[in-house]
Design a protein around this ligand. Structure first.
Ligand SMILES: [Zn+2]
Length: 288
């Protein structure tokens, strides 16, 4: 299991699933001829992606960042998104010696289905229930409000079934702006991809890891101008990304990617060169 130790914090990459999306949608206005030099695509222009939630262990808490695609997709959804198999989240938690009951805090960077469909599972009687019954589910207030009253566009990615069972059990805890979750873990509202999108900062003993979520879905999105067509507020994405990448590069932070099966995390120098990386499960294909 890939992991990164920063001071007293351990970050482990869990595995939920592999899937794909259209490369044009993922790279927005960037011409295909440019992004294809940086990222592979198949003959239908789909690009390989994954959902890799992070298990973050601090002296105070066991934290899960994102919950993946879950196990409740329809056959049609699985086909459309090229989902590879059943969710591996529970099995990879088991590899770390944990069960769903051991998670104290679930951090959701935003509420699009590919980040939070593992929030909920179907119980024995078929009723939906929170998958992490002992956890507080942390999300920006603005994001939860938007997700509970989606518009004509966002209704395609904000799914009520991922939210209602958690809401009904009183497990959502909303935050506003910037907040410390436990010592060493901070959430910061960025907007951009969605109005209530947030990033996660993990800091211990002088080292920092930045979970960019959909502000930077893959290592190839390292240019602030390379933002997804899915972003609802693209100029906010550009400005936020520019600011965070500048900080990460000048201070030597690790940056983690939820959707990248080739590079799980990277460290860039001030010239914008990738100088250190943690390989993902498909890293060999990128090298080839
Ligand atoms: Zn996403």
């Amino acid at each position: 299991m890939s992991q990164l130790q920063v001071g007293r914090i351990t970050i482990r990459w869990l595995y939920d699933n592999d899937f794909h999306l259209d490369g044009g949608a993922m790279f927005g206005v960037v011409p295909r001829i440019l992004w294809r030099r940086r990222y592979p695509a198949d003959e239908q222009n789909f690009i390989p992606l994954c959902a890799r939630p992070l298990l973050v262990t601090t002296p105070d808490a066991r934290v899960l960042i994102e919950t993946g695609l879950g196990n409740r997709l329809t056959d049609k959804q699985r086909r459309n998104f090229g989902v590879r198999g059943p969710s591996g989240l529970e099995a990879s938690l088991a590899q770390a010696g944990l069960t769903r009951d051991d998670i104290d805090i679930v951090i959701l960077t935003h509420l699009d289905f590919d980040h939070c469909s593992g929030n909920v599972l179907a119980g024995e009687d078929g009723r939906l229930e929170p998958a992490f019954p002992r956890a507080r589910y942390l999300v920006q207030r603005r994001e939860l409000e938007d997700a509970l009253s989606p518009n004509i566009r966002s209704v395609n990615t904000y799914w009520a079934d991922n939210l209602r069972p958690v809401l009904d059990r009183g497990l959502f805890e909303t935050v506003d702006g910037e907040v410390q979750v436990v010592p060493g873990i901070r959430l910061v509202l960025t907007g951009g991809h969605t109005r209530g999108h947030q990033v996660v900062l993990m800091e211990s003993e002088g080292e920092t890891v930045l979970h960019m979520a959909d502000l930077q879905p893959t290592h190839a999105h390292d240019n602030p101008l390379w933002v997804m067509a899915y972003d609802n507020y693209p100029l906010d994405s550009v400005h936020q990304k520019q600011m965070w990448l500048e900080r990460a590069r000048s201070r030597g932070w690790w940056v983690t990617f939820y959707h990248d099966p080739f590079v799980l995390a990277g460290r860039w120098n001030e010239a914008g060169e990738l100088v250190e990386r943690i390989d993902g499960h498909r890293a060999a294909e990128l090298a080839g």
